[in-house]
Design a protein around this ligand. Sequence first.
Ligand SMILES: [Zn+2]
Length: 381
Amino acid sequence: MEVLSKILTKRIEDSPCFKFHWKCDKIKLSHLCFADDLIMLCHGSPSLALALKAALMCSSCFRASLLIKPRATSLLRLIISVLSSLQVFWASYLCLPIKILKIIERKFRSFLWKGVEGDSKGAKISWSDICLPKKEGGLGIKDLSSWNKALMIRHLWILIYAAMSIDLVEIRSRMPSYNPNSNIDDSIQWLPSSNGIYSTSFAFSSLRALHPLVPWFQLVWFPQNIPRMSFILWMTVRGRLSTRDRIHKYDPSAVTTCVLCNSHLESHAHLFFECLLSRAIWTQLLNYCGSPWNGLCWNDFITWASTHWRGNTPIIVAKKLCLGAAVYHIWRERNCRIFEGTQRTSLVVARSIIDTIRCQLLSINLRDHPLIALNWNVNAN
Ligand SMILES: [Zn+2]
């Protein structure tokens, strides 16, 4: 962001025709940055928009971002935090028709996979699976129908609670001798909740079908994760990336050879673990992690790592980041070779992965873990 900010400032200074946005000229405000979000401000003419776009294209990292935007992870956050909230007001007071709920879900689906409203064809995972909690293998988007019912039950609870409270008083007054436990007052309990009080989240949980917990949950989702990499890893663990062996099932004329080695069938297991290029990358990464290559296949490795890489100590976090970053960068390298005609060596890809992990480790306190700081060339202080 700092580099981009300097590029933008320089471009604006060099451009005599640049006009600031309304009331922004006095403080020379051209853009606002927060975390990985960027708001650009200028006079609304096409020529100035093109000038800003040219400044953006100067930065390779932003050029890459522009090419792959909108990212599914950003869209997922928008769906969970904004779009789902928009219908909460109506869902709190109205029993929404199934037809309306399906239209909203179709818009969510389309937005998640394509970034636009409209056709939701080509979704890689069923919507019911996506609506599962992350611990059960989903993405944590709430099922709108169950959520609407949970919110409606709240009204019933309020009505019943008030009515039954009066009934209890009347029963007490008519049957003064009836009191099964004289030490405890009669009360109405919401059984799904541990404290007996109605909770929409408990009602929601009791309405939906529970699924078994997935063992790889903590491998993919952990506090220090990099969302876009966790998303690709989530797709990979579920075996739902559009690898050539899967495409071939729908299109028999499609090429099936792995683009990284040009000699094997491209499947999840081959692409991320068995391919020569992937193995060369993993060998370098495992040296950084201080772990030897254990020779497992992809599925066995995920099962093994789910069992052994538990917790959030820096050494475990580094290993989990390694897994997510490796899968992300190998997938990206595969896509670059197919769609852009560019290719990098295993050394260059491994260096990109190592740099990504180093940046993420900078946010972790490594004072008590000097060996990890040394391994990853990070200042422990
Ligand atoms: Zn290969």
